[in-house]
Design a protein around this ligand. Structure first.
Ligand code: SF4
Length: 331
């Protein structure tokens, strides 16, 4: 008789939100579903960021993502420069679009001189605002691994994250471990209780050295591209900026009376459904075809206030002024 260990049937969406809720605290920024690549198309499930020594300076600029092109542009806070010199490789409409966005979120100031547009940074960009980046791949059911091995190989080989973790609800066997890259850490997480057990610590990856990026291709083909340390540093900053602006509560609330944002255990302000007794994916699970659907206004949740109170992210930082931009707008 074969005694197989029965794997839990855990829905990935609810697992991911429950894990984010359990990890969220004042010391760590979290975001979901972010591009974690240089040339490829790798999307990380969860990105966790440890703030660095200049975090407060970054938080004081804006609560949104600062466009990478504006950060990379050779202009500081001291002296305004002509926009065409700041973004020389961009088409004029692109230049203005990037500058408009940077002005709108409070990172650039802009003025006209003799018909030319000049820009400067409102504040120096604080490169040391983040410290370590943690990439978490969720695979609640290891009986259905999908592309897990390839995804983790991509992460470890590229080295964009300081550490890479596999999070699962499954019992983890020696065979499972042997199939994972050695550097990957393993967590076992129970989405119902919020309990997390560290089964294996991750090994730190060399983020400031050359990496090899496996490019996923159609039909099982793969190519490898080397990535130099400067490109990795830019990609890490882009990832961190996206995470800062995006966060992890990116869902919309269902217009159903059965949705209780604080019904999940541990309470994490997520789309918890009292009819199905679990976290649901509003896009896939909710609507009139659901047997438990009960028409109502969506829950009145101020998601930004929740994020501000439960994480280092600062909503609408003091001193920041939204500026209107463009031809029919003002700066
Ligand atoms: S529509 Fe269905 S799944 Fe969505 S909250 Fe209502 S009862 Fe739950």
């Amino acid at each position: 008789m074969c005694l197989a260990i029965r794997e839990p049937s855990v829905r990935e969406y609810g697992f991911e939100l429950a894990l984010c809720g359990a990890l969220e605290d004042s010391e760590r920024l979290l975001a979901r579903q972010l591009g974690a690549h240089v040339h490829g198309r790798r999307i990380a499930d969860i990105v966790a960021i440890d703030p660095g020594p200049e975090f407060d300076q970054r938080a004081a600029i804006t609560d949104e993502t600062i466009p990478p092109a504006a950060i990379d542009a050779p202009v500081g806070p001291g002296q305004a420069r002509p926009l065409r010199d700041v973004l020389p490789d961009r088409r004029p409409d692109e230049r203005h679009r990037i500058a408009d966005r940077a002005v709108e979120i409070g990172f650039f100031e802009s003025e006209r001189r003799n018909g030319d547009r000049y820009v400067r940074q409102v504040a120096r960009y604080p490169d040391a605002w983040f410290d370590r980046l943690l990439g978490i791949e969720n695979k609640p059911d290891l009986g259905r691994p999908g592309d897990l091995q390839t995804q983790l190989r991509i992460d470890v080989s590229l080295g964009l994250f300081d550490e890479v973790i596999l999070a699962t609800a499954s019992h983890v066997t020696g065979a499972h471990r042997n199939r994972l890259p050695e550097a990957v850490g393993i967590w076992r997480f129970d989405p119902d209780t919020g309990e997390r057990e560290v089964l294996k610590e991750p090994t730190s990856l060399p983020t400031d050295e050359w990496g090899l990026e496996l490019i996923e291709r159609e039909a099982g083909q793969a190519a490898v591209r080397p990535v130099d340390p400067a490109a990795k540093a830019r990609a890490r900053r882009r990832l961190a900026e996206r995470a800062y602006g995006k966060g992890w509560r990116t869902f919309t609330w269902p217009a159903c009376a059965r949705c209780d944002p604080d019904g999940a255990e541990p309470a994490a302000t997520v789309p918890y459904c009292t009819y199905h007794d679990r976290i649901v994916n509003p896009v896939e699970d909710c609507g009139e075809s659901c047997p438990g659907y009960e028409s109502a206004d969506p829950p009145a949740v101020d998601v930004e206030a929740v994020r501000d109170s439960r994480s280092p992210w600062v909503r609408d930082p003091a001193g920041r002024q939204r500026r209107q931009v463009g031809l029919d707008r003002f700066e």
